[in-house]
Design a protein around this ligand. Structure first.
Ligand code: SAM
Length: 291
């Protein structure tokens, strides 16, 4: 019954959540952000989906319209989403194998697969991504310039690698969702009046050492933040509703000075700089009137 319309009806009452740990996840900010969601919109588009906390929350609360689009420029992440949506049974069986075999030596063996001349299938790649995510240090995603995953093993005693219920519910939520590898600069070409875009880009660092921008081989720089602000303005001109999360820095506040800015309080622990720990202020930027 997976992935069918019947399945989707049944899951209206079934809650789901991110199946990956992802830096910058919005899970703990949802209650502060959701009051700013627009009350009406036609299509939902999320150009930096990451762990997808906002998408899954909108699904849980039955607020997702048709159609919906999830994008990210991380190919392994996007592949994992597509496999959870389309090939769940195969994925679950590979994850069960990883669960059974997990130990330090096995972790480094699986991690090194991208350093060898072996072509993995899409399902094998997704299982590897989820396995490494659940067992590596802090669930970080970091690759070197050759796109080889280089996060060391985490110090978990008995990590749970296969969360079957979460994957099943996520698969239902992703049914009928268009999921693609895309750079955020390309989204304006897709935009239609009445669309709702939620942007959760890599954040502007709050201090020299506080940045965590290693999601992909290229990091996210101030020039990218400027391009994103331009996209935000173009979408505004096209009649789209846009909501954007970012750090509470002078640079970001200046970039979005013509829009409404709200402050939210986040608990962050992802980076090694003391300034980045504990409760910190973040902003949400809106291009529409919110309560
Ligand atoms: C902060 S994370 C998103 C967090 C997510 N919303 C959540 O709640 O878990 C930012 C994402 O942007 C993606 N990204 C970085 N540069 C990008 C680009 N130029 N275009 C599209 N996605 C990009 C990264 O791969 C990463 O998944």
């Amino acid at each position: 019954m997976r992935g069918t319309d019947f399945g989707q009806m049944v899951t209206m009452t079934r809650r789901t959540k991110p199946f990956l740990k992802w830096a910058g996840g919005k899970q703990q900010l949802l209650s502060q952000i959701e009051k700013y969601f627009p009350s009406n919109f036609n299509r939902y588009l999320e150009p930096f989906v990451g762990g997808g906390a906002v998408f899954f929350h909108l699904w849980n609360t039955n607020r997702l319209p048709e159609p919906k689009f999830l994008f990210d420029n991380n190919e392994e992440l996007v592949n994992a989403y597509c496999i959870v949506r389309d090939k769940l049974d195969e994925l679950i069986s590979l994850l069960a194998t990883h669960q059974k075999n997990h130990n330090k030596e096995y972790f480094y063996q699986i991690r090194s697969l991208d350093r060898q001349d072996i072509k993995l299938s899409d399902v094998e790649r997704a299982a590897r991504t989820i396995y490494l995510n659940r067992t590596c240090y802090n669930g970080l995603y970091r690759v070197n310039s050759k796109k080889q995953f280089n996060v060391p093993i985490g110090s978990y005693k008995n990590p749970t690698i296969l969360y079957e219920d979460v994957l099943e519910a996520a698969s239902l939520a992703l049914h009928n969702v268009s999921i693609k590898v895309m750079d955020f600069r390309e989204v304006t070409a897709l935009a239609q009046p009445g669309d709702f875009f939620y942007f959760d880009p890599p954040y502007d660092p709050i201090s020299e050492t506080a940045s965590f921008t290693g999601y992909t081989a290229d990091s996210f720089r101030q020039a990218d933040q400027r391009d994103l602000a331009k996209v935000f303005e173009e979408l505004t001109d096209k009649g789209c509703s846009c909501l954007l999360s970012n750090s509470y820095t002078p640079f970001i506040r200046e970039l979005y000075r013509h829009f409404e800015i709200k402050v939210v309080n986040a608990r962050r622990s992802v980076n090694s700089d003391a300034n980045g720990r504990g409760i910190i202020r973040e902003i949400v930027v809106l291009n529409y009137y919110a309560r």
